[in-house]
Design a protein around this ligand. Sequence first.
Ligand code: MV4
Length: 451
Amino acid sequence: MFTKVLIANRGEIALRVIRACREMGIRTVAVYSTADKDSLHVKFADEVVCIGPPPGRESYLNIPRIISAAQITNADAIHPGYGFLAENAGFAEICSESGVTFIGPEPGAIRRMGDKSVAKDTMREAGVPVVPGSPGTVDDIADARRIAEEVGYPVIVKASAGGGGKGMRVVREESEIERAFTTAQTEALAAFGDGSLYIEKFIEEPRHVEIQVMSDMHGNHTFLNERECSIQRRHQKLIEESPSPVVDEALRMKMGEAAMAGCRHVNYRGAGTMEFLVDKHRNFYFMEMNTRIQVEHPVTEESLGIDLIKEQIAVAAGERLTLRQGPPRKHAIEVRINAEDPYHEFRPSPGRIATLHFPGGHGVRVDSHIYQGYTVPPNYDSLLAKLITFGETRGSAIAKMRRALDELVIEGVKTTTPFHKMMMEHEVFLSGRFDTQFVDTHNWLDRLPKE
Ligand code: MV4
């Protein structure tokens, strides 16, 4: 096992990894930017290294500085968390060239899954259901026109280098295809430096359901059920749960088998997530694979009573998988408490946390790096805390979430708490019958508690 792990991240996920390492008897190194000098991840690590000023490219994205920090402190592995360098194949490569284990998949797997069009073709080869559309990329407008005609309108044009909705255009009829192709290409080139596009049949009002997978380096693969992530705003997830209200045991096994076939095909190792779209008829289609641990991993942990971070570290050290697929034991829900104002289009609200009280009690978990008196810097994402509740049924998890949200006190910055209080009473959320369009198309603003 590793003796010392450097965490190349910040915020709650850095703390989450430090906690897992502590329990495993592994020493920890935190790296931090000057904006994070008072952060909890810096206080809780065994050793700390300041790696630069606040901008990402001068600190958490700066590969030479992070590798140097690992070498100076004699760390034998680096945990990248999520975001920043977590899905940077070049970084994974440099880690291994520097004699440091990257806690994640091999660079080749990261690279193949990073190109969404290549990932889709790879999964199709593995026998995983994918959305009908162009094999490979679409080279020009004539090609786009032909493929769109073949799959039938509506179609969606996507950036190969994309993900998270950038460089994406829905096309309802032939007259719109030329413009959509051109604007998506320009947007993709500007955002990713890669203008390649692919085309798919547009699935109306889909749900976003993802499968957690885990593989070791001995060819063993497992899946740890699904997470329902359809409650999103502009491609930012707000609420996640496991199990999904629409996935029964038969569908779970079908999606899980498909996900594992995909992992086997690319000889995957480590933790990963296969994202699927699920349509009204409960057909499922592979969309993307994330080759990292995700923000919402705690709902899987609390539904199954497992520790994904410890398993991720153990398999990176060469140990065999210990986790096994099994039916959900509990229903778990996570809400993201962000420093954003839901009354004003979720605009960021950094600042000093004047008062803080976290909920506790039976069936409640809080993953957070904030404390009373802490100042939320304006430089990074706005996630303050993940509030997770879990119970025997979806209803009891929701009852616990309402109770936990009522106990939560955060003063000094605006948060997404009122949005979550509203959602926990919303008949559409309670029914479990919602899709990825719900938050963006419903007028829920009037239902927020009075400011
Ligand atoms: C789709 C789709 C419908 N049909 N693909 C959005 C982000 C990117 N990861 C893929 N996305 C979508 N792809 C086809 N063929 C609808 C979406 C989509 C979506 C997907 C997951 C979660 C939220 C979403 C919100 C809007 C659109």
